[in-house]
Ligand binder design. Structure first.
Ligand SMILES: *Cc1c(COP(=O)(O)O)cnc(C)c1O
Length: 220
């Protein structure tokens, strides 16, 4: 998309977030927009930055470092893609938020990297709400125990939960399930909702929505 289209798309998404918040009786200020910049060329990201967008989501550690190293001041960078155990240290050193904590080995590595580096990103547990075989995330039935292990065994301070509902199902019940798991575990933040369903996610309590293609156009 050309720059003026991207600017218009950003304004439109902000307006839709505001209306969805009002419709749900929520304060729009409680819902952050994560602009998913993965695979996008810099010409597409630049206009969004210049309109004041400060939170960006990336899927891969190395791609994110390539795009943002040296120009990340004042920004919040969130890892929203699966994290390989051997990239843990790099991710802990680089990201402000890791949204994809989903297995004990990874929790252990993150705790170790936090100790060594003396810095901790804010952390979210990814829940595979649809119990999909190919998808990352802890299953809903294992989530309470996993959250407890992250906290008690690994000393991790968790901020919230994240999910990606199955593509072929209505997302509402998945968002409701994520909100329920968060509430019973004392977690206040919910990263849920993408281009096709962020308004539904806001209705179910999303505190951040991850929008890529509706903002930047289709990914290459
Ligand atoms: C790519 C991606 C998004 C953005 O998806 P769109 O449908 O393009 O908005 C959101 N969340 C995650 C985890 C992603 O990988």
């Amino acid at each position: 998309m050309i720059q003026t289209q991207i600017s218009a798309a950003l304004e439109a998404i902000r307006a839709r977030i505001t209306s969805a918040a009002h419709a749900a009786g929520r304060d729009p200020g409680d819902i952050a927009l994560t602009a998913v910049s993965k695979t996008q060329p810099w010409e597409s990201v630049e206009p969004v930055l210049s309109l004041g967008q400060r939170v960006f989501g990336e899927n891969r550690v190395q791609e994110a470092e390539g795009r943002w190293s040296g120009r990340r001041q004042g920004l919040e960078l969130r890892l929203i893609g699966p994290l390989q155990t051997n990239k843990t240290r790099e991710a802990v050193a680089f990201f402000d938020v890791i949204e994809t904590v989903d297995r004990e080995r990874l929790a252990e590595r993150i705790a170790d990297a936090v100790q060594r580096l003396g810095r901790s990103p804010r952390l979210y547990v990814q829940v595979n709400t649809g119990d999909e075989r190919q998808k990352a995330g802890i299953t809903p039935t294992e989530s309470d125990a996993f959250i407890a292990t992250c906290r008690r065994v690994h000393g991790l301070e968790l901020e919230g939960l994240m999910c990606i509902p199955p593509a072929a199902e209505p997302p509402g019940p998945h968002f409701a399930l994520l909100a329920k798991i968060a509430a019973r575990n004392g977690l206040r933040k919910l990263s849920m909702g993408m281009s096709a369903d962020f308004e539904t996610a806001i209705r179910h309590g999303a505190t951040s929505v991850r929008v890529g293609s509706a903002l930047f156009g289709a990914r290459r």
